[in-house]
Design a binder for this molecule. Structure first.
Ligand code: FCB
Length: 455
């Protein structure tokens, strides 16, 4: 196999706490916004909740064996904030800390590097009750939680990611309302985006002040590039708004020292941006050691009337675009267009746009297809193979890519879709919690072994 990946490239898989752990009332864990949201009738398909999920909290030893069997170099997982701090701040719960220490020790004993994410969308409910991410104090609370977790696990964990996809926790959670906490706001959702970024910067500063050599700090962003459906200037402008909302609202302040001016023209009618304070951009722009990119699909964008004609009443999700006009390409079971070349251009575009961009890890990439029940998920294997090749193409073109993580190790709670969609390399039979590796698990194991051997 010709190998265009740099030496030391890390092959891994990813999961997140609420999606796999279950045990939501065990060992002193406090409730999170996802517990509350999932309990709202109609919020999650089939009334599913994360109460049991893949019961990873009680079956983690089996899951580490499956990771070891897969032969990955690295495992990306997230810590549940309300297991460590049941009320979001203040009293720490030692049993929560001990769980993650046991997990990390077992990973290290198997030669697997832990990539820890502090926040994968599960805000402690106690903090939501005080305003959640709309409130500046939540950024301070996040930095405290980061410092406590880093103090507890900093001797064994070297890769520290602050946030997973702040676009989803702000715009999808507080603007669109499709995710917890289920709010549909304008100003509040944009404030949430800013406070997430601020919390990220404060957390990096707090952890770095107390770090040891070799530790690295980063953030994970979802990158769904926007492509206009025609070259009509209205569609091109609509794609620009979409990209500003989903990508540049985050990448510009993180890597370009300023918010895009376009945010003001898009949202001046619904917010005065008073949540931005002098000095915030310097905190948000704290240098990073890596950027995590989650890539699943491209967005195909057409201009469309706003859902709410009255500008002042629009949510931060209502930007006058239509993203339903998909090209004639294969789609996954989620309906997402399969366009691996979008991953290559995402990486080369980031590289071109931000001089000084840190090295990149693909921190999530994967798919679902209707489950045939026989564990022979050849569609998933093709999807992964093509996206790994797209990553390799970017590396060959000069982008510093350091690793690739497949989403996901196990079938899990797919947020508002519940358990219907199965992203796992390993099938989980939820009634018995029996784990069965799919063909894709075996394929990925052989692929990694071969990649390691080729020059
Ligand atoms: C990403 C999320 C991850 C998972 C995948 C399918 O947006 O980070 O938790 O749900 O999508």
């Amino acid at each position: 196999m010709t190998n265009g990946f740099p030496a030391g490239f890390r092959w891994g898989v990813a999961t997140s706490a609420y999606q796999i752990e279950g045990a939501t009332r065990q060992d002193g864990r406090g409730p999170s916004i996802w517990d509350t949201f999932a309990a709202v009738p109609g919020a999650v398909a089939s009334g599913d909740t994360g109460d049991v999920a893949a019961d990873h909290y009680n079956r983690w030893t089996e899951d580490v064996k499956l990771l070891a069997g897969l032969g990955v170099d690295a495992y990306r997982f997230s810590v549940s904030w309300s297991r460590i701090l049941p009320d979001g701040r203040g009293r720490a719960e030692q049993r929560g800390i001990d769980f993650y220490r046991r997990l990390v020790d077992a990973l290290l004993n198997n030669g697997i590097e832990p990539f820890l994410t502090l926040y994968h969308w599960d805000l402690p409910q106690a903090l939501e009750d005080r305003g959640g991410w709309r409130d500046r104090d939540t950024a301070e609370s996040f930095a405290e939680y980061a410092a406590i977790t880093h103090d507890a696990l900093g001797d064994v964990v070297r890769k520290w990611t602050t946030l997973n996809e702040p676009y989803c926790s702000s715009i999808v959670g507080y603007g669109e309302g499709r995710h917890a906490p289920g709010a549909q706001e304008g100003h509040g959702a944009l404030a949430a985006a800013h406070h997430l970024l601020l919390g990220h910067g404060l957390a990096v500063r707090a952890m770095r002040a107390n770090s040891s050599p070799g530790q690295e700090f980063g953030i994970v962003l979802n990158q769904s590039p926007a492509v206009p459906v025609t070259d009509d200037p209205a569609d091109v402008a609509a794609a620009g708004r979409q990209d500003c909302l989903l990508r540049r609202q985050f990448t510009d302040p993180l890597f370009g020292s300023a918010y895009p001016g376009e945010l003001t023209s898009m949202f001046g009618a619904i917010t005065d941006f008073s949540f931005r304070h002098d000095g915030d951009l310097a905190i948000i722009g704290e240098p990073l050691d890596y950027l995590g990119v989650n890539y699943y699909y491209r967005l195909h964008v057409a201009d469309a009337p706003h859902r709410e004609p009255e500008p002042a009443r629009r949510t931060a999700h209502d930007i006058g675009v239509d993203t339903t006009r998909l090209p004639d390409v294969p789609r996954t079971g989620m309906g997402w267009p399969v366009e691996p070349e979008g991953l290559t251009t995402t990486l080369t575009d980031l590289h071109a746009r931000y001089p000084g961009l840190p090295p990149i890890y693909i921190t999530e990439n994967g798919c679902v297809y209707p489950d045939s029940g026989d564990f022979d998920d050849h569609d998933r294997i093709s999807y992964l193979r093509d996206h790994i090749a797209a990553t390799e193409a970017a590396a060959t073109a000069g982008v510093a890519v350091r690793g690739y993580f497949c989403w996901s190790l196990l079938d899990n709670f797919e947020w508002a879709h519940g358990y219907k969609h199965r992203f796992g390399l390993i099938h989980v039979d939820y009634p018995t919690q029996r784990r069965t590796p799919r063909e894709s698990y075996h394929w990925y194991r052989s692929f990694i072994a071969a990649a390691r051997q080729s020059p």
